[in-house]
Each structure stands twice: as structure tokens, then as C-alpha cells.
Design a protein around this ligand. Sequence first.
Ligand code: 5GP
Length: 235
Amino acid sequence: MVIMMKAMEIYEGKAKKMIPLDERKFIMEFKDDATAFNGEKKAQFKGKGWLNAQISAKMFKILEGNGIKTHFIGVAGDNRLIVERLSMYPLEVVVRNIVAGSLKKRLPLPEGTELQEPIVELYYKDDAMGDPMINHHHAKALGIGEDELREMESIALRVNEILKEYFRERGVLLVDFKLEFGRNERGEIILADEISPDTCRFWDAKTKRSFDKDVFRFEKGDLISAYRELYRRLS
Ligand code: 5GP
């Protein structure tokens, strides 16, 4: 099961807009809107779209440089990227290095516990269902093959190794993150969507201060200063 996007339709999500550029490309526009808890909490932060676009572009460039195939083609202005058009898997692939967020509901480990090995989780991407966690058997019922799942998980773990090290050198812990994948016309599995403080947890290695959307979710201070600080560490 993959989601085919209709030829020239604009897709508007909670934090991004996908604007068709031509048959093969989209403009991915990052909005200043922030939502949490499946859309229950909403706000706008001037400059968030710009920061997420720039941070995502940087992440995709680093990953491409390390041999990961991504949908990123280029930057098209302040809060816009040009990306390859893909058929999307309706999945969220989450990788975790440190206990935080929803993992606390599943394992009897306190927040901040370092996991001996990264944990990979799959979720079915559906707002109305609240993105339920699924396993390989559920995914197969949706028509997603074992080989495809293994490839997505293996790419996700490689992304984790590359980004964990990149952030470690900058005094930032990569706690966990969510990836989405699609398939191109050649049938290749390609890393898609965004990689930003909206979709990852980043903690300062010393103070454990959050530089991510938890600042908004749990009112831990000023979101833009946190995202800016993460961006500064990348520069
Ligand atoms: P958790 O399951 O702990 O809520 O999320 C794990 C990680 O995946 C966090 O970094 C979180 O930001 C990201 N994540 C999981 N689901 C979603 C989602 O639906 N939207 C976004 N933006 N991030 C998500």
C-alpha cells in the first residue's frame, strides 16, 4: 500500500504544504503553524517554517553525503524546499536512543534512560486513528512487504548512526526521531518528509534542555529560541 498523490493537487498538512511544481517535483513549504497531541494544541511561531526548512535541508545534505537516498533536490526560498515526487508509505518509522515521550507508556524505564540498542517502531499514519503503533504483521495486512519494511528500518538505523554522531560533536543528544518513506518510479525506497525539531527530540548534552517541539508540547519556554539554538549549533 502506497499513497499516490494526484497529479496537480496541493496537499496541506498541519505543518507543511506540498505544492506540485511539475510531474516529478513538489515544493515543500514549511508553515509557522505548530500542533501537538494530534492537533488538540495549536499555535503559530513566526520563523518556525524558515528554521525547519533550513534544518531539514541541512539534514538531507548530510545524509545524501553519507549515501542515503532522500527526496531532497534543493532549497527554493526561505521556507521552501524542492523535493522529488514519491508514492508515500502510510507509515511513521520512529527510532529511539533515549527513553522519552510515548515510550514511557510502554516500558518501565524512567525518562532519560539510555537504551543499549536503538529501538525502531512503526506507526500507521492516520490522524483520525491517532497514528496507532503497528508491527510487521499489521503492515503486511496493508500490503507492505517484509523486504520493504526491513529496508526502511535499515535505512532508519543508518540515519540514526549518521545523525547521532553529527549532533554528538555539537553537544546535542539525538533522543528520538520520526521518518517517512516513499517509493520513486524506479521502485527505490527513498527517505522523504522532513527532519527537524518538529519531528525529532534533541537535548543539550550537558543541561538536557530541549531544542525541539517538546518546548511547545510541555510549555518548556520559548520555541523559537530553542529551534534557533539548534540551528546555531549546526552552523
Ligand atoms: P513519541 O512516540 O514519543 O511521541 O514520538 C517519538 C518521536 O517521533 C519524537 O521525536 C516525535 O517528535 C516524533 N513523532 C512521532 N509521531 C509524530 C507525528 O505524528 N508528527 C511529528 N511531527 N513527529 C512525530
